[in-house]
Design a protein around this ligand. Structure first.
Ligand code: NDP
Ligand code: 13P
Length: 336
């Protein structure tokens, strides 16, 4: 499904990642409209071509516009969902109500699963707009780096190979390389699960542990991500790819990661309320620790790291106590 440069695209969500992805798409579409919810922010984007609260010091291409009106999505040839996962269902409901053509592909770029239902973002969108082609996009891609054109790679997933290849071409620039896959579930689950391990990595730094502990966390986190991800419908090899270990590494090591920053502040003694208020941006690992912990229990999968983060965030367990519990678990073989 090729796109052409006379077409327009819409990005739902005018935060850090929505804006960075709009910059990528702006190289392939005549116009990209960011749909947000803040009139002052839209005026800034339209008048000054900046989005300073989310991407300071970045000048946006002139063919990026902003609006607060979902009706501005009605003529788009491509629509991206780049919202906090908690807002995806209401956004899809609103989009469905304005009568989008069923030819328009919808792409979820958010990282998490829904609390209660345990379903993925692409499943929510398909539930509400069942006739539109659906795809997902994910990978180790901090907005701060993509928006300054630092080289990055990601993966687009769809069971429709023509759609995946069409999206691959519009998600590719000189500094941004996108691969294709048909493992939609695996791609989404890698992105969702790594957020919890990124909080754990931050906690480890915050309590003063070193590089050895982070390396152990990333390695055992990958084992846990793969075990749970397979149970929830992903394919094993996808967790060794960009949306799995790639994203796990970048968020466990990068100072850009909001989840990592939340963990570090918790490990240093701040409360969850203090750190989330100070952050001012979404850290998906906080709500998703709940949804992912619940999914793991429902499927009977052993998830010691996820359980430890859950207990620290939601059961007032101290990070030190959780660490002792993790290190003193029954000894076992590494593999198996
Ligand atoms: N940042 C990154 O580098 C990457 C992020 N992602 C994923 O993309 C998704 C969005 O993240 P990101 O852009 O970074 O988040 P930000 O916090 O930077 O921006 C969130 C955006 O969503 C809006 N928003 C927040 N809550 C609601 C709501 N309840 N209803 C409607 N709109 C809402 C915000 O509006 P307002 O300004 O009015 O609050 C803002 O425009 C997340 O799932 C994240 O995991 C994926 C890859 C990279
Ligand atoms: O998903 C991301 C990078 O790939 C962004 O991670 P954070 O939400 O932790 O900043």
């Amino acid at each position: 499904m090729p796109f052409d440069s006379s077409q327009t695209a819409v990005v739902l969500g005018s935060g850090s990642w929505g804006t960075a992805l709009a910059m990528v798409l702006s190289e392939h579409f005549s116009k990209v409209t960011l749909i947000g919810r803040n009139i002052e922010q839209c005026a800034e984007i339209n008048g000054f071509h900046t989005n300073a609260n989310y991407l300071p010091r970045i000048d946006l291409p002139k063919n990026i516009e902003a609006s607060v009106d979902y009706k501005d999505a009605v003529d788009a040839s491509l629509i991206l969902f780049v919202l906090p996962t908690s807002a995806t269902r209401s956004a899809a409901t609103e989009l469905a109500s304005i009568g989008i053509s069923t030819d328009v592909p919808l792409v979820s770029c958010s990282k998490g699963i829904e609390r209660g239902s345990g379903i993925r973002m692409s499943e929510i969108i398909t539930e509400l707009m069942p006739h539109n082609p659906i795809a997902v996009h994910s990978g180790p891609t901090h907005a701060e780096e993509v928006s300054t054109h630092l080289a990055s790679a990601a993966v687009v997933g769809s069971t429709n190979n023509d759609l995946a290849e069409g999206l691959q071409s519009v998600f590719t620039t000189a500094y941004f390389r996108t691969y294709t896959s048909d493992d939609v579930a695996g791609i989404e689950l890698g992105g969702a699960l790594k957020n919890v391990f990124a909080i754990a990595a931050g906690i480890i730094s915050g309590i003063g542990l070193g590089d050895n502990a982070i390396a152990a966390l990333v390695t055992r986190g990958l084992a846990e991500m793969t075990r749970l991800g397979i149970a929830l419908g992903g394919r094993p090899e996808t967790f060794s790819g960009l949306s799995g270990i790639g994203d796990l590494m970048v968020t466990c090591y990068s100072p850009h990661s909001r989840n990592n920053r939340v963990g570090k502040a918790l490990g240093s003694g701040e409360t969850l309320e203090e750190v989330t208020e100070r952050l001012g941006m979404v850290a998906e690992g906080v709500p998703n620790t709940l949804s992912i912990y619940e999914a793991a229990r429902k499927h009977g999968i052993e998830t010691p790291i996820i359980d430890a983060v859950y207990q620290i965030l939601y059961e007032d367990k101290s990070a030190q106590e959780a660490l002792v519990d993790l290190l003193t678990r029954d000894l076992k073989p590494e593999m198996g």
